[in-house]
Design a protein around this ligand. Sequence first.
Ligand SMILES: Cc1ncc(COP(=O)(O)O)c(C=O)c1O
Length: 431
Amino acid sequence: MKLKNKSIEIAEKSKKHLSPVMTRVTEMVIDRAKGAKFWTADGEEYLDFVSGVAVNAVGHSHEQMVKAIKEQAESLIHFGLNYGYYETAANLAEKIAQITPGNLDTVFFSNSGGEAIDGAIKLAKAATNRPAIIAFEGSFHGRTLGATAITASSSKYRRHYEPILGEVYHVPYPNPNQLKEVDEEKVVSYCLSQLQKLFDLRVDPSRVAAIIIEPVMGEGGYYPAPAEFLQELRRITEKHGILLVFDEVQTGFGRTGKMFAAEHANVTPDILVLAKALSGGMPLGAIVANRELHEKWSAGAHGSTFGGNPISCAAALANINIIEEEKLVERSHQVGNRIVNRLRETLENLPGIIDIRGIGMMIGIEFDTRLAMEVVPKIKEEALKNKLLIMNCGVQGQTIRLMLPLNIDEDELDQGLTILEQSIITVLRGR
Ligand SMILES: Cc1ncc(COP(=O)(O)O)c(C=O)c1O
């Protein structure tokens, strides 16, 4: 009874004083979380297949991360990278240089993914002295103004703010869901021809600073871009002196079965944007490029008070260390394949499910868009009733996406998948 009263009090206070602008997926009051589990203020235990939207790659409150955060807080909480150097930022920048593809060896730290995207746009414009940015239909890059300007996964994200940012163009992403009129095997050539058409009709490539892409589309529905498409983008951008930017905010740090999704296509972008699982929950983003490119960004042209703060950097170092020590990139590949095979066996023939796919532990169950708006919210509700938190994505909310901790325990994985399968079967059979 006491617990109930406490959670009601917290919910009431939140409703009164937190801005209603934020979409609230559930009305739960969260008390604590550990690994792949969390507990509400009412003492209810849940399994978490969302991981703070692909943030907690090593699970909630991993003890090595807690230790690193505590130790760092005792020696230095904040100073500001504009007033000197400190060890955690230096070590983390060096570590990122070691694990990212190709010659990406220099880092600017921000506090979030959207902020890092804005910084990447500024870096691209400053380094090329060109005005235009090209992004992709269906992509999501964040809520800051620059990121909003290049986001095209829902008109609701933009409608109050236009015009946002000078020259931004969108071309189709090789996402079969948005290109139903195009034969599946022609999707890549169709998208490339649309990019060429943009160059021919709207913007000369010599005016384009950057092409920005998610190598696996996240919010837009969990669609991996084919390797040949990314390779062709690399060739086109090199030919025209355009910078290629990969937004790996959601795909980075083992989520796709490689440390970075860029590795699946063997493509090194000019700028790699990171956040989310970089620091496993402490606010941190990173704009990674080679030294030569960063040196074209004149001192003072960008900055941040909190970016790369000592605690976030300590958390990120511990987090990457855990990913390496526990071999979570390899595990993501293996366990991801196993999950997809299991879900295909149990769910594939159900009417309404049109695809079950995964790249590592970035796994999507896609529903027919004519049904998705009706059934997906019911499946989420059914799963929550059975103590499993799941989330969906896609322009029509058509894909249930799994963002499990990469180190999830086998029993919890089995338990969560069973609830998920039962929830889907119950809702689809009950129609
Ligand atoms: C691909 C991608 N880019 C950028 C962002 C924005 O990150 P943040 O919410 O940390 O600003 C997100 C967040 O979901 C994302 O998925």
